[in-house]
Each structure stands twice: as structure tokens, then as C-alpha cells.
Design a protein around this ligand. Structure first.
Ligand SMILES: [Zn+2]
Ligand SMILES: [Zn+2]
Length: 371
């Protein structure tokens, strides 16, 4: 049975409309999901300018509506969390434990064929009679989405709100995973977090779970810093707007870390000019992590690398969905991870424009669309 699905559709000219797509029954290795909640992040806004018509959204949770004949990981009625990294398990990277940068299926790794391999059959989703791609192969801003079975993970907690589950899908995973999987923050260490939006708050929570003893949050927004303290930051620095490269803030960090610099610093601002800022915050042989996905060309003072510093640029927090999503849910169940508290506001799909406006103005730590 073909379903009509109200969706947010990028028009390829920087704008979007709310309109209806048609979604087919799943093929053998596919799952049809009835969406219940979809989190928003800056990537969704950026995707308006990808120059193609797509169903928007790459973060979400829902209920399995139908499955193909070969699907084994979920059954109809399961509560699921969507993921956009669907490993093939056979390529060079997958066999080295780097499933999140799969060379065959990733929608973002250069040279991979993600939009064919990782995508459910393309003519299974049509708009005005033509096949339409879905953002990151999952297009979550739609009442229904047809995805590969590997793009869904059963949520072990049926009582968890869909809104909370939906933000695990990308933002929480990216922040938490960058701390736990990539940097592997150790107990007793010092951590700096630049930018305290949804991803930054997830980094702070990851650092807390990892038992970092000093967690310094830096932001230009005093309200956000108040929030950071509630999520586990131990110290805050209100950055000045004209503090270029956050070098003044870095001086304050040094003072707070025995004049050495922090063990780890995580950049979560998505401000290109701050791409090198985490390097200024860390000690010699410390670790800087770029979490926000800055891709612009910037100038870096190589002195900031001295000495023996490591700069990592992880994708999706090193996500291995089948391992990491249940782990994150377990932390949520145990009260170690605040998720509902990260959601500033929920919206209906028809209010997506307002949700984008609130996100861009910095009003929301996390906005979520409910279906
Ligand atoms: Zn692979
Ligand atoms: Zn995202």
C-alpha cells in the first residue's frame, strides 16, 4: 500500500515547502517508519542549499510500520531510533572498526556511493511522480520514511519520549561519541567545550559520564552558560564577541588548568573562524577535537600546534549505531544523561520555518518537530 506522507521538501533554491510525497512498501531489506519526532540541527538548514530537491531531516525516532522479508533487527511496532551511518561491514574502513566512515554506504564520505548503497530503493519515495532523495538517506522530516534496515536501531526503552529518542539520532550521538569514542576522555581529566548548543551540551554530558573533573564551558551567551552548569560544566567563561580566535578565553583556561592548558578541548560552535580555537585551549600533547563540522578554508597559526598536540575531526562521534544507541539509552535510563532537558521547544511540521528561525537566532539548545 502506497502512503501519502506530509514532508518538508527542499526546493534546491535555498527554500523549502511542506508538501506530500508518496512512500511505497518496503523491499526485502527495508523498513518503513512512521515518524514520531525529528530533531533539528544546523545541517538541516545547510541542506536547503545542497542544490537538489530532497526530503529534509536527518535526525529522528518513530515506530516500525512495515518491514521487508529479510529484515531481522526490528519487527512492526518497535520503537526505533534512526541513524544515517549504515555500515556495509565488509569495506576497508568497516573491517577496521570505522563503520561510521564506511567506504560503500556513507552519505558524506567522499568517493563512497552512499546515496545509492545506503538509500532505500529510490523510486520508493516520489514527489510529483518523480523519485526524490532523502537527506542523509533517512529524510526524517516526513510522516513516513522508507529506509534500509541498517538505518534503524530498536530503542530498548519503550517508555522513552520520542522527542528525547530523536535527538540521540545525530546531535547527542555526535557530541557524546566525540568524547567517549573518539577522544576517549579519561577520568580526572580537564575538558574545554567551545559552544554550548545541543552538541556542546552533549559533549559536556559525555565528559561528565567519563568522569572528567574539570569541564569548562565557553560561550558568548550567558544564558547558555547557565544551562551548561546544569548539564555538568564545572566552570564557565563568558567569551567576548571581539575575542579573535578565543585567545583571551584561552588565557583564562590556562589559569584554570595549572598554567598548562586543558587535556581536551572540543569545538562545537560551527563558526569557521574558531576552527583552530580548541588548539589554543589545550596543553602540550593535549587533544583538540573539531565536533561541529567546519569545512571552510581558514588560516591557522601553526604555533597553536606546539607541541605534540593532536587535532581530530571525527564524523558522527565515531557512531556504531547498534552499539552506541543502546549505550546512550542506558545512560539516559540511569539518569546520567539529560535529554528532555536539552529540548527547548517542540513544533509541528507546519511550523518548521519558525523552528529554523529559533535555531538560527540561538534561542534553542535543541528544537524538535513532533508528528
Ligand atoms: Zn563499509
Ligand atoms: Zn546532525
Amino acid at each position: 500500500m502506497e502512503r501519502t506522507s506530509k514532508s518538508a521538501i527542499a526546493k534546491s533554491d535555498g527554500t523549502f515547502i511542506i508538501d506530500y510525497v508518496k512512500v511505497a512498501e518496503p523491499q526485502a531489506d527495508e523498513v518503513l517508519v512512521k515518524m514520531k519526532a525529528a530533531g533539528l540541527c544546523h545541517t538541516d538548514y545547510d541542506s536547503l542549499n545542497w542544490g537538489k530537491s530532497i526530503v529534509l531531516g536527518h535526525e529522528g525516532a518513530g515506530i516500525v510500520e512495515a518491514i521487508g522479508t529479510k529484515v531481522k533487527n526490528v519487527v512492526v511496532g518497535d520503537h526505533i531510533i534512526l541513524n544515517w551511518a549504515t555500515p556495509c561491514r565488509t569495506c576497508f574502513q568497516c573491517t577496521r572498526g570505522n563503520e561510521h566512515i564506511c567506504e560503500n554506504n556513507s552519505p558524506v564520505v567522499a568517493g563512497s556511493n552512499g546515496y545509492t548503497n545506503g538509500h532505500a530503493h529510490l523510486d520508493g519515495t516520489t514527489y510529483q511522480g518523480k523519485p526524490i532523495e532523502r537527506s542523509f538517506n533517512i529524510g526524517t522530516l516526513s510522516e513516513y520514511t522508507l529506509v534500509k534496515a541498517s538505518a534503524v536501531v530498536k530503542n530498548p526503552n519503550n517508555n522513552m519520549s520520542f522527542a528525547a529518542a530523536s535527538i540521540i539520532s545525530c546531535g547527542v550521538m555526535t557530541g557524546f561519541g566525540s568524547v567517549v569514542n573518539t577522544a576517549k576522555v579519561t577520568a580526572g581529566s580537564s575538558v574545554v567545550v567551545l559552544g554550548t548548543g545541543g552538541v556542546g551540551l552533549s559533549v559536556i554530558q559525555g565528559a561528565k559520564v567519563s568522569e572528567a573533573t574539570k569541564i569548562i564551558a565557553i560561550d558568548i551567551n550567558a544564558g547558555r552558560l547557565e544551562m551548561a552548569l546544569k548539564f555538568g560544566a564545572t566552570d564557565t567563561i563568558l567569551a567576548e564577541k571581539d575575542d579573535k580566535g578565543l585567545l583571551l578565553a584561552a588565557k583564562k583556561v590556562k589559569k584554570m588548568t595549572q598554567n598548562r592548558g586543558a587535556d581536551y578541548a572540543f569545538e562545537c560552535t560551527a563558526v569557521p573562524e574558531l576552527g583552530a580555537a580548541p588548539l589554543a585551549m589545550i596543553r602540550n600533547a593535549g587533544t583538540a577535537v573539531q565536533v561541529s563540522g567546519i569545512e571552510q578554508e581558514i588560516t591557522v597559526d601553526m604555533n597553536l600546534f606546539e607541541w605534540d598536540k593532536v587535532y581530530i575531526n571525527p564524523l558522527y562521534g565515531g557512531c556504531n549505531p547498534e552499539k552506541d544507541f543502546p549505550k546512550i539509552v542506558a545512560h539516559y535510563n540511569a539518569g546520567n544523561l539529560k535529554l528532555e532537558e536539552m529540548i527547548t521547544q517542540t513544533y509541528e511540521l507546519d511550523d518548521l520555518e519558525q523552528a529554523f528561525t529559533d535555531m538560527l537566532s540561538g534561542k534553542n539548545a535543541k528544537g524538535v518537530i513532533l508528528f
